[in-house]
Write a protein that binds this ligand. Structure first.
Ligand SMILES: [Zn+2]
Length: 114
């Protein structure tokens, strides 16, 4: 994988994740706002459950995006250190095709499966 291409791909992946994080943060606030408006007695009715479930779902997506951004940061550091494109587990060179699809992945296909 060409270093310039790798930087480009990581930059794009980071922008996309950050944008999604902003969108999720906005909808999370909407949900919190909506649940604050509802009466406390309604906490256990179906609508309250739906709000709680949606909130948990959005929180999980936010956590996943934060992890993704950390992964991208680590990949960028490994690019600077000259170790980018090698599996952190077994040291195998990760194929370009995989890096093009998942530029921040620290693992080869086999290690990602295991
Ligand atoms: Zn591996």
């Amino acid at each position: 994988m060409d270093e310039r291409v790798a930087r480009e791909l990581l930059g794009q992946a980071r922008s996309a994740a950050q944008q999604r994080l902003r969108d999720l943060g906005a909808s999370f606030e909407d949900i919190v706002e909506a649940s604050r408006d509802s009466n406390g007695d309604d906490e256990h009715d179906s609508e309250g459950v739906t709000v709680a479930a949606t909130r948990a779902q959005v929180a999980a997506l936010i956590a996943a995006d934060r992890r993704k951004i950390e992964e991208i940061e680590r990949a960028t550091q490994s690019l600077n250190a000259g170790t980018y494109g090698r599996c952190v587990k077994c040291g195998t060179r990760i194929p370009d095709r995989r890096l093009e699809a998942r530029p921040a992945t620290p693992w080869c296909v086999d290690c990602a499966r295991g």
